[in-house]
Ligand binder design. Sequence first.
Ligand code: AMP
Length: 471
Amino acid sequence: MSFDTLALHPALLSAVNKAGFTEPTPVQLQAIPAALEGSDLMVSAQTGSGKTAAFMLPSLHRLLENPPAKNSGVSILVLTPTRELALQVAQNVKLLGTGMRDLRVAVVVGGMPYGAQIKSLSRRVDVLVATPGRLIDHLQSGRVKLNTVQTLVLDEADRMLDMGFIDDIHAIVAKTPRTRQTLLFSATLEDTVSRLAKDMLNEPKRIEVSGHKSRHENITQTLLYADDDSHKRRLLDHLLRDADMNQAIVFTATKRGAELLADDLRDEGFAARSLHGDMNQRQRNHTLGLLQRGGIRVLVATDVAARGIDVKGISHAINYDLPMQAEDYTHRIGRTGRAGQQGAAFTLATHSEHHKVRRIERFTEQTIDVAEIPGLEPVKKLSPKKKRPGSSSRRPGGFSGKPRRSNAAAGASAGRGDTRPSRGGDRPARGDRSDRGDRHAPAGANGRPARPNSRGDRKPRPANHAGAGMR
Ligand code: AMP
């Protein structure tokens, strides 16, 4: 089915065409007509499903049909949990609004200077994309009015609630007109999210296209058991040297862990950087820009920092540390396989973490295939009673399914320095609210990634060198 059947404004159809979207994704197919009818929506859609266009296209259509008065305030308000997601959404708005004359988009997020935000809020704002904490600051100082909002979007509502934004969301929504249309998007629609929807939505239509239970058909999911940290490190090395690897995002549990691992990988010649919540916005933007342009091959990131990253070149998502919450698994692996491309997700775990893997599997209602890399098999084996029905050991095939040779196997016993992360996650108590200082030491010399050598970004290393260069 083509976009033409969705009765969208011609300016939007031409933008969709220009963006190269040939047909609507399943969530767009369901959500766009329902939103065009004027209903409030609560939609569960997986990350990477095209959910941004699913809420932006009908919102922009409504704006085109009801142009705002000349000096009026905000028409469309999108609340997102993180800065990265807000910037991503704003980018999408610009893409989808290319056919609209003088579309004004403002972004209001924590960790960025106030000056530019105050300036952008002093004029008409068609679309305001904001994180709740900073928007509250602007509301309290009277710099923004929300009484002209036609459409309110709560993007990744579950995450906003997780991050403790409930009171801020209530305070913000109270400033918007009751006549608004509200579109709530979330990975899950259970419990707290459905309570929020009850408070804020008016007889919403519930659309469940593919929540956390979706199979991520275009992403191969593989579980690799490791004996210990040093074994995990060698498995990672192997995965990153795979010929199918274009760009990888590697997840650690903590900010410190992300920095240490990125340092290690850089020492080994990978164009690696870290991304986490202690970096200021300028540093984060710089890193994301490099990633977009292909200047980074391996991004080592924490959960909060990585949410919303949408880079088509990411072929591999690797859980170096298991996620703290099962739902984060879905978000993490959704960083690869963007826009219908193929992706590979690998999860590294020790046998003692088996129960955490089971928790993820219960949440996603899927079994992650266990695999072993020849030469890097774990010495310890899972006790038979812990084995899952139907789980079979196989070789990880990436996209091609071909068995791989381990180039790190010969050095399997090389000692690995401790990249074990310190305690404490990356989730800020108040999300984006505080403008964090610049505590992050820039990655390579002059803040640049390791200079590529003749093979791109990798130093050729002898096969028995797997543990060298580690601290
Ligand atoms: P999202 O789930 O909104 O983060 O979107 C994931 C990616 O899919 C983004 O790169 C979008 O530009 C892209 N996308 C959205 N809708 C479509 C579509 N109908 N066809 C192809 N790509 C799309």
